[in-house]
Write a protein that binds this ligand. Structure first.
Ligand code: GLY
Ligand code: MN
Length: 466
């Protein structure tokens, strides 16, 4: 997929119209050294920079000067020293033509431009920085101490960007679906690979090979583990044993950087144990309850609660919880087993626009994000609207450290049967995750290839050959 220069021009025009006045400052990302300057992490452009300018190159900045009606990209042409190491590239002017920008200036002019704007009394709008080099850069450009930058970032600028990037066009949804398909292929490779005796790293290798072979990058660091209760477990250090549950959370991004984000749970051996089947089925019921709730205008919070209630019901059925499951879920007791949120927005970032603030992205003005354990990790709660793309990813986890803490603190003793949990503390954890888009016709599951979900589908995928 390529995005036409008209699209970028339209996106910037809409942004200008939304803000009405002032100077909008966009800092592109640079290369970041892992252990010395020339040994870098994979370059990743800032997603708002990509969205409005499409320029996937390091060391650029841009200004949209609404008052002067100017759009300028700041950057330096490559020197012969650069070209020796990186090869010949289009000139900055040529790169910018593709995005409909006619004016370029050397990077050294950016500060002068900003000082002049400040002297004219123009408001300088900037976004909260998430990289150390941007904090230094903002201090140099605006004289604002890094500790104060997030608080002084422009809320109108944030809200204007969110109000555009939230609503995906059909073209963007197709791009996300393309990354979901590659991500599904990554997961199918894992289903075939997982078996007793091998190591997590061997599964991660076949998963990541798929993205690499397609010429794509990962949308986020792969989680491939038999310790799924550790939510962001990127270590790949364990050996897989008969009786373990393997959890994979992995996704690719397209060449334009639209992300897919899927999770799968499977037995390491040929079959789940009876106990694993019981938890897997409760999880599937919670997934279905959440999906049944999804509809235009319905808060995603309701889908989260539907999943939480099903988990509380299932746990009660196993004797691990007691009392009314609806009350238990609303009180937050479910979070012992499901401490994270049901899902999050997806787009150019896997957690779309998380750098701009979850409160602005996943919540409406006036819809306060809870600070209570469990609820506070819900990244998306607002009513669904056409154009939204998001994940659904309920999970069930037995986290021994959390069980011990809650038990010692006598938390939710009306709802949780701590004595019965001793026999379950080493269960680990499982989840599945799929991606959905809302269109004017309703909510649609993304992906043209089916990712296994039911136990029969999981077993079939495990015994399939490539
Ligand atoms: N895919 C990782 C996450 O959603 O946090
Ligand atoms: Mn996710």
């Amino acid at each position: 997929m390529t995005i036409s220069n008209e699209t970028y021009i339209k996106r910037r025009a809409q942004l200008k119209q939304c803000l009405g006045s002032g100077l909008l400052l966009f800092l592109g990302n640079g290369e970041v050294g892992m252990n010395y300057a020339d040994n870098t992490y994979r370059f990743r452009q800032d997603s708002s920079f990509l969205y409005f300018f499409g320029l996937d190159y390091p060391d650029l900045a841009a200004v949209i000067d609404i008052d002067e009606d100017k759009e300028i990209v700041f950057g330096n042409e490559l020197t012969i020293d650069d070209i020796v190491w990186t090869g010949l590239q289009p000139t900055l002017k040529e790169k910018c033509a593709v995005t409909g920008i006619r004016e370029t200036q050397p990077m050294s002019s950016l500060k002068t431009y900003i000082i002049r704007a400040q002297s004219k009394g123009q408001a300088i709008h900037f976004l909260p920085p998430y990289r150390g080099d941007h904090k230094v850069w903002l201090m140099e450009l605006l004289g604002i101490n890094p500790a104060e930058q997030a608080a002084r970032a422009s809320v109108p600028f944030i809200k204007a960007i969110v109000s555009q990037r939230l609503y995906k066009t059909d073209e963007e949804i197709r791009a996300i679906e393309e990354s979901v398909d590659i991500s599904t292929e990554m997961h199918l490779a894992a289903y075939r690979k997982v078996r007793p005796g091998i190591h997590e790293s061997e599964v991660a290798a076949v998963v990541e090979e798929v993205a690499c072979r397609h010429g794509n990058q990962l949308a986020f660091p792969t989680i491939a583990t038999v310790q799924g209760q550790v939510l962001h477990n990127h270590g790949f250090i364990h050996q897989l044993r008969e009786g373990d549950i393997f959890l994979l959370d992995a996704g690719a991004e397209t060449k334009m950087h639209y992300a897919g984000d899927l999770s799968s749970a499977m037995p390491v051996g040929d079959r789940f144990t009876e106990r694993q089947k019981e938890i897997y089925e409760i999880h599937l019921a919670s997934f279905q309850a959440a999906v049944d709730t999804l509809s235009i205008g319905v808060p995603f919070f309701d889908a989260h609660m539907a999943a939480a209630i099903k988990i509380a019901e299932g746990m009660k059925g196993l004797g691990l919880m007691k009392g009314d499951p609806v009350e238990a879920a609303h009180a937050g007791a479910y979070a012992l087993f499901f401490p994270c949120g049901l899902g999050h927005m997806v787009g150019l970032d896997v957690h779309n626009m998380e750098n701009l603030g979850e409160q602005y992205v996943g919540y409406l003005d006036g819809q306060q994000k809870s600070t209570q354990f469990g609820f506070k990790s819900l990244r998306l709660a607002r009513p669904l609207e056409p154009g939204f793309v998001f994940t659904v990813e309920p999970g069930i986890y037995f986290i021994p450290e959390l069980i011990d803490k809650w038990r010692a603190e006598h938390q939710f003793t009306d709802f949780i049967c701590y004595d019965r949990l001793d026999a379950w503390r080493d269960f680990t954890g499982l989840r599945n995750e799929l991606n959905y888009a809302v269109t004017s016709e309703g909510v649609r599951l993304l992906g043209t290839i089916k990712k296994p979900m039911t136990i029969e589908e999981v077993y079939a995928a495990k015994s399939a050959t490539a």
